[in-house]
Ligand binder design. Structure first.
Ligand SMILES: Nc1ncnc2c1ncn2[C@@H]1O[C@H](COP(=O)(O)OP(=O)(O)OP(=O)(O)O)[C@@H](O)[C@H]1O
Length: 262
């Protein structure tokens, strides 16, 4: 039984000021199995973030159902952790307080919060930085804090919206490796949006390729490559070629559509 099910999802953004409606998502069906690492790729503006926001419970679909463990999703919840492109930390709080903030809201004593946060801070490779403030850390380190915060909620599903997009290449490689280790160890389910075919193939057990807007799922492929993934292998590059062809087709369809409407 899938942990997440999207059934016939349609999302229309209404713009009453301009009196226009935008069909962003058009009848998407998507099942995500437990412990899957699903990467979503697609042309810019095809609705990737919108899909993720609906699973997170931030955005409401116009029609269709989003289910988690067969229960309808209609609000955010701790069983779904979210990691954004920017980690949205509280700059006035040290790392350990940022990571364990939800426990503060529950009235848990500072000494216990700090102790519990330490485990997650270590998990993302930030041991020794517990008392630093966000402005004292690099972008990549702050992104790790955001990941530790999401993990500490002990979610069964982690939703990640281009989390490594603004990180330098070396740090990105390190973080991809760490994320795979965390995913393997904790048996979580991850839904990960990216613009990078390489990243999707380094991480995913499955890759879903979306069409241009209005977004639908063009194809979902299972990635059967051994880990750690070898980006130079023939098998890796065969998958890459297949995805590139799909995305190229979507790009060409978009160009043809804009020519016929101009
Ligand atoms: N709150 C909103 N109000 C109106 N339109 C929106 C809103 N959010 C998204 N859209 C529109 O819906 C479409 C899908 O947007 P979305 O951000 O989901 O795409 P995306 O695939 O994540 O894009 P990118 O890859 O560029 O980040 C876009 O055309 C966008 O302009």
């Amino acid at each position: 039984m899938p942990i997440i099910e999207m059934k016939q999802i349609v999302k229309i953004f209404e713009d009453p000021k301009r009196k226009t409606n935008l069909l962003a998502i058009d009848h998407v069906d998507l099942n995500v199995e437990e412990n899957e690492f699903l990467c979503i790729l697609g042309p810019s503006g095809c609705g990737k973030s919108t899909l993720l926001n609906m699973i997170a419970g931030f955005e409401k679909q116009t029609s269709g159902d989003v289910l988690m463990n067969q229960k309808r999703v209609d609000a955010p919840g701790p069983e779904r952790g979210v990691v954004f492109q920017q980690p949205t930390l509280m700059p006035w709080l040290p790392v350990w307080e940022n990571v364990s903030f939800h426990l503060k809201l529950e009235g848990v004593a500072a000494s216990i919060r700090k102790e519990r946060a330490k485990e997650y801070i270590e998990m993302v490779g930030l041991k020794g930085f517990e008392n630093h403030y966000p402005h004292e850390l690099s972008g990549g380190m702050n992104q790790r804090v955001g990941i530790a915060r999401a993990l500490m909620l002990n979610p069964s599903v982690i939703l990640m919206d281009e989390p490594f997009a603004s990180i330098d290449a070396q740090t990105k490689t390190d973080m991809q490796e760490e994320l795979v280790k965390i995913w393997e160890k904790h048996k979580i389910t991850i839904i990960f949006i990216t613009h990078s075919i390489d990243e999707a193939l380094i991480l995913g057990t499955k890759v879903a390729v979306m069409t241009r807007r209005p977004g639908t799922i063009r194809e979902t492929m299972s990635i059967s490559l051994p880990r750690p993934r070898d980006v130079t292998s023939d098998a890796f590059n065969r998958y890459k070629r297949q995805i590139l062809d799909l995305l190229k087709e979507e790009g060409e369809l978009a160009k043809a559509a804009s020519r016929s409407s101009s």
